[in-house]
Design a protein around this ligand. Structure first.
Ligand SMILES: NC(=O)c1ccc[n+]([C@@H]2O[C@H](COP(=O)([O-])OP(=O)(O)OC[C@H]3O[C@@H](n4cnc5c(N)ncnc54)[C@H](O)[C@@H]3O)[C@@H](O)[C@H]2O)c1
Length: 684
């Protein structure tokens, strides 16, 4: 039975189409929300990057439900016309995006003064939403995906239109409630409440398997918000370049070696992995990064994130020797398989100081990891035509990959897993990566980057990815805020304890070179790592500069990949060894606490980075407008937003965190945290 026939819609006569909203201003189009007359259908544009067709997962009755769910955004008189179109989208793309309702105006963050509305806070949120969907920023802008293949801001264009309308009419005594992309509506609240509360992908725990996402997302009732996609806080590639730079710098410190003349070998020049050579250059080492995809390699080279492309291994060896000898700062792409690099460098006795991998092993059978010994094209063909053989080849390569790494680590290379499931998939392939005496959380012979670097060196001390956006859209404002942030950090550094001197230094150096690194895409945004004191003092200084008319209003936020925002047992909380890394109390407390301490918007997500069901992560946004209220809120909220996570890390007996929380208690007598007692191992 064809379920669509059973819907039995009456064709509506005389439906008028609006050709374009060309008579309406940008503000009027925002205020209109879902247009009262149907816009013309839009052709599928082939010149932009689209989301892949999603897996067919709905049965016939479920497809009918998905269509009914989509049509409920529109008046019944339009259903007969929209139904076949939405049905076609569902069949063709596996989702209903409602392409016809994509607005005609340019999608980009505008200066805050250009947004219509009664609430400055709501206008700031509109700006951030548009930035997440900017063509220069978003991965699949027409499918409302910001990054990571499935990191959605909304599931369809009706949700976008309605949300923007609500934001344009709300006051500071209302809160907009977002259910996984769907704007449930405006509810009365008060001026200290968040203007928007976002949840993405919150599921009953037993319904959190990857196929549950496919199904319930196709039904239009949930979405995968990744981290900063669904929370309107993505700022383009800057965040990942900064985070990778901090990781590379600290990896060299871990082995007590200067980056100058040191060699860092890794792979992947894709979305996030492409930041590695750029970060290597900022850190000052020699980077070799293998990539099998020629197109991607060329993009990174054209963009100047990687300096040279090599296709011949002998020439690469010569070039690396020269670069090591001359202590050059240079990044070399090898167009080919990473396994060949590890094996060749072993044979030629090239000393690798730091090693990692950023192929997409969270997705090993569908293009995330390419087998050695065959061309890129052959692999793509095999993947589609003989997936079983492809899987065998991937696993065989992973075994070779690990074997070659082991030879290098035996000679002194420091290798770490970069949160891409390399160790997990290698272990599943039977590679030699398991620890000799595995303990809870230390199952593999190599650490993850959070276990060894980010966790103990940054998160435990409260250092994490603080960011801000200048809502005037003026580069001069960004420059001024860079200067303010730098001056604040330099002042704090003078009295900082030895334990955090290095982090302070790194971030002062970063902010000084930030303009030069030219990483602004979309909104005028900046990121740096700071602890609670740094974040609060920088924010306070910004608020003062706004009050004095030196800069326009500023949005504060952070990546979810932070001290307190994320519970993720194999990443952000992988250096928690008291058995609590599979709990998510910290992330939930964080978002609740932020929401009643003055955040302008808050979000909490299932999934993000490592996958649906694998992580709970949250974030916030806060508008600084120069007011006393903003001053009060920033102090209250930022203090909590960092110290919540430090207290949890301290309770897990992480020594850096015990140190940091004791310092926080000294600085703020109202903070009283339960401290752990350490047990003498010899007692057992
Ligand atoms: N950078 C970070 O801080 C960070 C943090 C956590 C997780 N990750 C993880 O890193 C992985 C990469 O992310 P991405 O956005 O760059 O993905 P991506 O798919 O865009 O890039 C991976 C690249 O690796 C290449 N590749 C695959 N197999 C290869 C091989 N054998 N040899 C050489 N190149 C090969 C692919 O062609 C692709 O371009 C993901 O699993 C992600 O979750 C990164």
């Amino acid at each position: 039975m064809n379920i669509f026939k059973t819907l039995n819609f009456q064709p509506t006569v005389n439906i008028k189409h609006r050709t374009l909203n060309c008579n309406m201003t940008f503000q009027e189009q925002i205020q209109q929300g879902i247009p009262s007359q149907l816009p013309q259908p839009k052709p599928y544009e082939t010149n932009i990057n689209h989301a892949p067709k999603r897996k067919e997962i709905l049965g016939e009755e479920e497809k009918k439900l998905a269509l009914k769910n989509a049509l409920r955004y529109f008046e019944p008189q339009f259903h007969a016309e929209l139904l076949p179109e939405f049905r076609e989208e569902l069949e063709k793309y596996g989702r209903i995006y409602m392409y016809r309702f994509r607005p005609d105006y340019e999608m980009k963050a505008r200066p805050i003064s250009e947004y219509p509305g009664k609430s400055e806070q709501a206008k700031a949120i509109m700006l951030m939403i548009q930035n997440n969907l900017d063509y220069a920023v978003a991965q699949h802008p027409h499918e409302l995906i910001t990054y990571g293949g499935n990191g959605a801001v909304f599931s369809n264009w009706a949700q976008y239109l309605l949300t923007m309308k609500y934001l344009s009419e709300m006051t500071d005594e209302q809160t907009l409630v977002m259910y996984s992309g769907h704007p449930m509506g405006l509810f009365p609240s008060h001026k200290d409440a968040p203007r928007v509360v976002v949840t993405n992908g919150m599921m009953i725990p037993n319904y959190s398997k990857p196929d549950d996402w496919e199904k319930f997302n196709a039904l239009g009732v949930t979405q995968y918000g990744q981290m900063t996609a669904g929370s309107y806080m993505y700022i383009g590639p800057q965040g990942i370049v900064h985070g990778t730079t901090i990781t590379v710098l600290n990896a060299f410190r871990k082995i007590n070696k200067e980056p100058k003349g040191g060699l860092f070998v890794t792979s992947g020049l894709g979305g996030m992995s492409g930041a590695q050579p750029k970060a290597g250059n900022i850190a000052g080492c020699v980077t070799v990064c293998a990539e099998v995809n020629p197109k991607i390699t060329k993009i990174r080279h054209d963009q100047k994130w990687v300096n040279e492309i090599h296709e011949n291994l002998d020439e690469l060896v010569e070039r690396v020797r020269k670069a090591q000898e001359n202590k050059e700062t240079v990044s070399l792409a090898y167009l080919g398989n990473i396994v060949e690099v590890w094996e060749k460098f072993d044979k030629e006795n090239i000393r690798i100081d730091i090693g990692s991998d950023q192929t997409s092993l969270h997705n090993p059978w569908a293009g995330g990891y390419y087998p050695a010994g065959q061309s890129f094209e052959e692999s793509n063909k095999m993947m589609a035509e003989d997936p079983e053989l492809f899987k065998e080849k991937v696993q065989e390569t992973l075994r070779r990959h690990a074997e070659a790494i082991n030879k290098h680590t035996a000679k002194g290379t420091y290798f770490f897993d970069y949160g891409n499931a390399f160790l997990l998939e290698a272990s599943r392939a039977g590679a030699d990566v398991m620890a000799d005496n595995p303990t809870l959380g230390r199952e593999f012979k190599f650490p993850s980057y959070v276990q060894d670097i980010m966790g103990p060196m940054c998160f435990d001390y409260g250092f994490g990815p603080f960011r801000w956006v200048c809502t005037s859209g003026k580069p001069e404002d960004l420059q001024k805020t860079d200067d303010i942030a730098c001056a604040v950090l330099e002042e704090i550094q003078q009295n900082s304890p030895e334990e955090i001197q290095q982090q302070m230094k790194d971030n002062i150096q970063w902010i000084k070179g930030a303009q030069e690194n030219n990483l602004v895409v979309g909104s005028q945004a900046r990121i740096l790592y700071a602890d609670a004191e740094g974040r609060m003092k920088i924010a306070e200084a910004f608020n003062k500069a706004i009050r004095n008319g030196e800069v326009g209003p500023i949005v504060l936020g952070r990546d979810h990949h932070d001290v307190s925002g994320t519970d993720s047992p194999y990443r952000e909380t992988s250096n928690i060894y008291d058995g609590s890394r599979f709990t998510a109390d910290m992330a939930i407390h964080n978002v609740i606490g932020d929401s009643f301490r003055g955040a302008t918007w808050v979000s909490i997500h299932n999934g993000g980075g490592v996958g649906w069901g694998e992580v709970i992560n949250g974030g916030f946004g806060m508008l600084l407008d120069g007011s006393d209220d903003a001053d009060r809120r920033l102090k209250s909220m930022l203090f909590w937003d960092v110290n919540n996570g430090i207290s949890r890390r301290s309770w897990a007996r992480n020594e850096g965190a015990v140190f940091a929380i004791k310092r926080a208690m000294e600085a703020e007598p109202k903070l009283k945290v339960t401290l752990p007692n350490f047990v003498d191992e010899n007692l057992f």
